[in-house]
Design a protein around this ligand. Structure first.
Ligand SMILES: [Zn+2]
Length: 496
């Protein structure tokens, strides 16, 4: 399992050679043409922690069939009723998540128009978490249509992606976002407390947010306009070719800034004794993954501390890091992990419900690689992998003893994992062990070229296991299908 430091140096040299010879800055514009356009106007009401919104979606039919309706996720509705909160938070985490007891959150759709005329629409799935909008006409492939929503959003008092605590107001997965059309229908997968149950296409956003001027804001995209009026600030954010739009408000934020090449970096925090060090870590992570995987093509990267029960959460251009992570090395690890998600989930998308291992596994693996490319952060790749192996074997032993057996497959939907532990071990830990084995089989140079090729071939698109197998097999002239499938399907025997 040990990799010589010489092979790592060769690997690092190899990345540099590829960057110099193969890449040029292309910008995002050419990828922004045939995407949905979201124009969102939001007014934040501080008193009752709500948002009044209007949203115009310039929707493009990117399927190859004629559409007569378009479905949108309404994720906030998963937070609506106490009886169904097990969808957003496990029983184990319930009390930590709701420090003041249950509080309802939801999106109330007030009006839907298609081409400026009142539209027919219906709700479906648990808690009305999907709205299906009738278009009133046929929408042929590559044609566009304008769909307008008016809504009120109630933000719940929960330390979650969508919720507020004493320190921050986290506003993620809050607006109607188009479901992906796949295999003859719109994908309706809803909330689950395991993992990040989201799946979306790249889109372009223009979002105007008005909020009391006592708040600082961290957000996806780039602020292109700011106005201040009667104690309120209005900011316009533009984000192109992103998978999602999210923002966080806080009265307590201090801000540290830096720049790496064309990307402005913002670190927003309220509890950090050495913020300059954290800012340096963020810059190191951005630089490392830029070189290791492929170019970070956006003008901003924002890291915000927040009230959040889990370690961290990734959104396009912005990541949330929990203020409950007390140990500095763990806090740093979460930051590196969430930044790596900018490549695996955002730039290269995948179905995070049915193939969570694909983004979580690669994210966790390149996070381990980060420590060999950046010394001084207190751990190494070899230590991380050795710890994961021991921990995995112990977990399997204990689980089999207690329950008499364990499903070790990784290719399950989020709701099919028996517990948060099982999900974590099969999706994060086992993926790292698989990728470590793959790197041993392919050699460092081929593995690193595989990462770059996977990026180049799948950037701004949706990738699956088949794309991963195709790209890593091709660059190494090695068929990795059998190896990957044996791990993913749970057939491989892992030993110390
Ligand atoms: Zn993750």
């Amino acid at each position: 399992m040990k990799k010589s430091s010489l092979s790592k140096i060769i690997c690092l040299f190899f990345f540099v050679a590829v960057i110099i010879s193969g890449c040029s800055f292309t910008g995002l514009d050419k990828y922004s043409q045939n995407l949905n356009e979201y124009n969102i106007n939001l007014q934040f009401n501080d008193e009752n922690k709500s948002l009044s919104g209007t949203q115009t979606v310039n929707y493009i039919n990117s399927t190859d069939i004629v559409l007569t309706n378009v479905d949108f996720h309404l994720y906030p509705n998963a937070f609506k009723r106490q009886e169904t909160t097990q969808k957003v938070v496990s029983d184990f985490n319930y009390d930590r998540a709701y420090p003041n007891g249950f509080d309802s959150g939801y999106i109330d759709i007030r009006e839907v128009k298609v081409k400026n005329k009142d539209a027919t629409y219906s709700f479906c799935e648990s808690e009305n978490s999907i709205i299906s909008v009738e278009l009133g006409e046929k929408l042929y492939p590559e044609e566009r249509i304008e769909i307008k929503f008016s809504y009120e959003i109630k933000i719940p008092n929960i330390h979650h992606r969508f919720g507020y605590g004493d320190n921050t107001i986290n506003i993620g997965n809050f607006y109607p976002i188009a479901c992906i059309y796949e295999d003859g229908g719109f994908v309706h997968d809803g909330y689950h407390y395991n993992g990040d149950p989201f799946y979306s296409q790249m889109a372009n956003y223009n979002v105007e947010i008005t909020y009391p001027s006592k708040y600082e804001i961290g957000s996806s995209g780039e602020c292109v306009k700011t106005e201040e009026n009667a104690g309120c600030i209005t900011k316009n954010f533009e984000a192109i070719v992103v998978r999602d739009f999210a923002f966080v408000l806080s009265e307590k934020f201090e801000v540290q800034k830096s720049k790496y090449e064309d990307t402005s970096i913002y670190y927003m925090f309220y509890k950090d004794e050495e913020p300059a060090k954290t800012l340096q870590l963020i810059e190191d992570a951005l630089k490392t993954f830029n070189n290791l995987i492929g170019e970070y093509p956006y003008s901003t990267l924002t890291v915000v501390q927040s009230n959040f029960i889990h370690g961290g959460m990734e959104y396009s251009n912005i990541v949330l890091i929990s203020d409950e992570v007390e140990i500095t090395s763990e806090y740093y690890n979460v930051i590196v992990h969430e930044i790596a998600h900018q490549w695996f989930y955002n730039i290269i998308g995948n179905n995070e419900v049915s193939e969570a291992w694909l983004d979580e596994g690669l994210t966790e693996y390149v996070t381990a690689m980060f420590y060999d490319l950046n010394e001084g952060y207190g751990t190494t790749y070899d230590d991380i992998v050795a710890n994961m192996l021991n921990s995995y074997l112990l977990f399997v032993d204990v689980y089999e003893d207690v329950f008499g057996g364990l499903d070790t497959s990784m290719n399950r939907s989020l709701q099919e994992f028996g517990s948060e532990y099982e999900y974590t071990y099969m999706v994060y830990v086992k993926s790292v062990l698989m990728l470590d084995t793959l790197r041993d089989v392919l050699g460092d140079a081929n593995f690193c070229l595989g990462l770059k090729t996977y990026y180049e071939n799948n950037k701004f698109k949706i990738a699956t296991k088949e794309h991963f197998i195709r790209d890593f097999s091709k660059v190494s002239s090695t068929d990795i299908k059998g190896l990957v499938n044996s791990w993913v399907e749970g057939k491989v025997q892992i030993k110390n």
